[in-house]
Ligand binder design. Structure first.
Ligand code: B12
Ligand code: SF4
Length: 494
């Protein structure tokens, strides 16, 4: 087994190194950046994308890597949600970005390019958490942010002295970050390319969340004036702040909202529900253009929330807080998770009733998923409750662990039941009518009607989810947790 300390100092000195040195001597240096998509979301050659354009805003990951790439490289980006990869391409180097669910696909792509002697460098959530696993398939891994390490990785590659691991300082300043290369994506493929990031990390420590582990509990901002300058230069009315919790630093958020007001944008983001109990902050957000928020409610049980260290949420305030957001004109998308330790089979209908009664417009309803790298993963693995480490199933559409108070089958079918009922034609019509009455057509059409229909269409393609049953992985008994060619999550870095 490889130790990380050895990997860091190990020089890249094999056939691929030779090939890359040869390539480097050519005049044109081509970098192909690939964002992998899980099987159920990947566009097939000659077909339309599976995920509706209304749901497609751009992830900043590779746009940021491209922004940090020295100008003598010619960069292109393939996003597998919208464009199939040309595996016969012969770039000088490939950069792969992947989350856990995309890891097996990333390794398949890496194998193809490396077999032609093209070096493959990896970064993003999954390689950061499981660098040793990623290094079994790729030539080098960037742990954490790209900006401090990426130029050095390319430089070392050119010199034929690529190391195996590059670890970025998790406290590096976010001041003066290179701008994301939005120009590299086709605007027709996305609802908007205006994804913007103001901060990295979150000071809370919810045990199921990858963010805290990825940023090693650091929380950093970009200077407000840099964010505002970036937004000023963007065309189009809509902005998506991809921050994980836009309002967690109240002072910063108020400054940002004050500056945003004159830019006349409509924006969507993620925030903790406590914003609803802070009239000044909520008013400033709405006046600055806030039209919709994703709020992680997770569970209707305080006991569950306590056990996963999400203590700042109070279930008794949920209904009233959502009502306050609605009255302020904000569309609410709720994050709902089933399978926490206190959840038994009765949890599903109780939660569905709450979602309908509170008139929440959209909901991401998923089985609890212990992502490698998180404290939750380590705990469930220690308790022998992981059912599979085939990362394809870590896509929030599959049950991958043995819950405490129900069977995995009950968790899966209960979650599917709530999703299907929440997005039934009847439920969508009711929500749309209620919204039309108090918001009018303009504010209802996109965030309520179109997004609900897009979600419904997504559910209708569920049979395209990779089948655990066909792969013999369908909820084996907890005692027989299995390892796959991809997974060796004992080495999660936290
Ligand atoms: C936007 C987003 C999406 C979009 C992506 C749109 C698209 N076209 O790809 C959508 C909605 C489709 C999506 C889907 C999913 N997502 Co998502 N998503 C995000 C979100 C909110 C922002 C991503 C982003 O732009 N970040 C900003 C950039 C700058 O940061 P970054 O991605 O970390 O990139 C930096 C470094 O990681 C590094 N880096 C990244 N890639 C590379 C590559 C190289 C070569 C190098 C050197 C460095 C490098 O450098 C970058 C710049 O510093 C993140 C949360 C977050 N804060 O990142 C969740 C997040 C990444 N998603 C997550 C999840 C769980 C999912 C889904 C499984 C959920 C689902 N079922 O819908 C799917 C999986 C899809 C997949 N491909 O595997 C989890 C990942 C957990 C994990 N361990 O895998 C996150 C962390 C959310 C969370 N709080 O848990 N997602
Ligand atoms: S508040 Fe949200 S972003 Fe912050 S740690 Fe908890 S789940 Fe993650």
């Amino acid at each position: 087994m490889l130790e990380i300390s050895n990997l860091i100092s190990e020089e890249f000195n094999n056939n691929v190194g030779e090939a890359s040195r040869r390539n480097m001597s050519q005049m044109k240096k081509e970098l192909l950046l690939i964002c992998t998509a899980p099987e159920s979301c990947r566009v097939k050659p000659g077909e339309k994308p599976v995920v509706s354009r209304f749901f497609r805003h751009t992830r900043l990951s590779l746009l940021s890597v491209a922004g940090a790439t020295p100008s003598d490289w010619e960069v292109s980006i393939v996003d597998e949600y919208v464009k199939p990869i040309d595996l016969s391409a012969r770039p000088t180097c490939v950069g792969l970005s992947f989350m856990t669910a995309g890891a097996p696909r990333a390794y398949e792509i890496a194998r193809q390019f490396r077999s032609s002697g093209i070096p493959v460098l990896a970064g993003g959530y999954h390689p950061t958490f499981l660098p040793e696993e990623a290094l079994r398939h790729c030539d080098a891994v960037c742990i954490g942010d790209a900006e401090p390490s990426w130029p050095r990785m390319l430089h070392d590659l050119e010199q034929g002295s690529l190391k195996r691991i590059y670890r970025s300082d998790p406290q590096a300043s976010l001041s003066g970050l290179p701008l994301p290369r939005r120009d590299l994506l086709d605007p027709r493929e996305y609802l908007t390319r205006n994804s913007v990031q103001t901060s990295r990390g979150c000071p809370h420590r919810c045990t199921f969340c990858s963010i805290t582990s990825f940023y090693e509990t650091n929380y950093r901002h970009r200077p407000v004036d840099e964010v505002l300058r970036e937004i000023t230069a963007l065309s189009g009315k809509i902005i998506i702040f991809i921050d994980d919790n836009l309002v967690v630093d109240r002072t910063y958020a108020l400054q940002l909202f004050k500056g945003l007001k004159s830019l006349n944008k409509h924006w969507f983001s993620q925030a903790e529900l406590t914003i609803a109990q802070d009239p000044e902050l909520l008013e400033a957000a709405v006046e600055s253009g806030c039209r919709g928020l994703f709020v992680g409610l997770e569970s209707l049980s305080d006991e569950n929330l306590k056990k996963v260290d999400k203590r700042f949420c109070r279930v008794e305030e949920y209904f009233e807080s959502i009502d306050k957001l609605h009255k302020a004109g904000v569309v609410v998308e709720a994050g709902i998770v089933f399978g926490f330790n206190e959840d038994g089979p009765e949890v599903f209908s109780r939660t569905l009733d709450f979602l309908i009664e509170s008139r929440i417009e959209l909901a991401q309803i998923t089985p609890l998923t212990p992502f490698p790298g998180t404290p939750l993963f380590n705990q469930i693995q220690r308790e022998g409750r992981l059912l599979t480490m085939d990362w394809r199933y870590y896509d929030l559409y599959h049950t991958v662990f043995q819950p405490m108070k129900m069977s995995p089958e009950e968790l899966q079918s209960g979650t599917d039941y709530v999703v299907e009922r929440f997005y039934s034609t009847k439920a969508i019509s009711k929500r749309a009518l209620a919204s039309l009455r108090f918001r009018g057509l303009f504010q209802t059409l996109y965030p309520v009607i179109l997004l609900n229909l897009a979600a419904k269409r997504r559910i209708e393609t569920w049979e395209e989810r990779p089948s655990m049953r066909e792969n013999g992985l369908h909820w084996l008994s907890a005692a027989t947790a299995i390892e796959t060619p991809f997974g060796d999550a004992n080495h999660a870095v936290t």
